[in-house]
Design a protein around this ligand. Structure first.
Ligand SMILES: [Zn+2]
Length: 239
């Protein structure tokens, strides 16, 4: 049955509990463009942090974080293109849908890496540097076993992974940039509302993409400003 409202052209009906929402061609296009346009800026952003690095540890951190940014937008774009244009290739689409989900775990780990690597942390808190990657690996295993089966559990995993490392970050002696970090986190959380609104609000998934892009930009700005541009970095670094 077709929806009878002014958005009918732009939005299909909501999916059943264990099914995936089928976007309209307008929504497919918006899903692709909202992240495709950010692939190049992510490259430029990584190159900039690389140039601003003073030593190998900073360069390595810029590389890890930059790869996380690029991978997120690239994998997301490829998945959305395949789900739009190649939906007859179900297995390939399914594979990329899983990659689209896995890359989020690694993106969260990569986003925390500059703060965990370049700020002074306590001996216990410093373990979060590797623990975030362990969580990303656990998320990956979860996706490969239970993809699309328990959507709420998956969402709780993302939120846990998003908030848990923040416990360490907020215990840092140097608190510069933490308000930007929290603000970016808030923008991600607001975006999750739209992530759950396919078939209720037209272009809900593309709006989620825009929130992701905004939050990533806020976090990038904070990393650039407080961890790379700051000339006093030497004073606050681990001895
Ligand atoms: Zn998407």
């Amino acid at each position: 049955m077709k929806r009878v409202n002014s958005f009918q052209r732009f939005m299909n009906t909501r999916a059943a509990a264990n099914c995936r929402y089928q976007p309209t061609c307008y929504e497919h296009a918006a899903n692709c463009y909202t992240h495709a346009l950010l692939i190049m800026p992510a490259f430029v952003g990584m190159a900039l942090l690389h140039r601003l690095s003073d030593d190998r540890w900073e360069r390595f951190t810029a590389w890890v974080y930059g790869m996380g940014l690029i991978a997120l937008f690239l994998v997301s774009t490829v998945f959305h293109i395949i789900s739009w244009k190649k939906s007859h290739m179900r297995t390939m689409e399914h594979c990329f849908h899983m990659c689209d989900r896995v890359v989020i775990y690694f993106f969260i780990a990569a986003s925390y890496t500059p703060w965990l690597n370049l700020r002074e942390l306590g001996p216990l808190a410093a373990h979060m540097r590797w623990f975030v990657w362990l969580m990303a690996a656990a998320g990956t295993i979860y996706v490969f076993n239970y993809h699309e089966k328990y959507k709420l559990v998956e969402l709780m995993f993302y939120l846990t992974m998003g908030f848990f490392p923040a416990l360490v970050v907020t215990s840092m002696t140097n608190t510069e940039g933490l308000s930007e970090l929290a603000f970016g986190g808030l923008v991600y959380c607001l975006g999750v509302f739209f992530f759950k609104c396919d078939g209720v609000i037209p272009f809900a998934h593309a709006i989620w993409h825009v929130f992701v892009a905004l939050a990533a930009a806020i976090h990038y700005y904070a990393i650039w400003k407080y961890l790379y541009r700051s000339p006093a970095l030497e004073d606050i670094r681990d001895a």
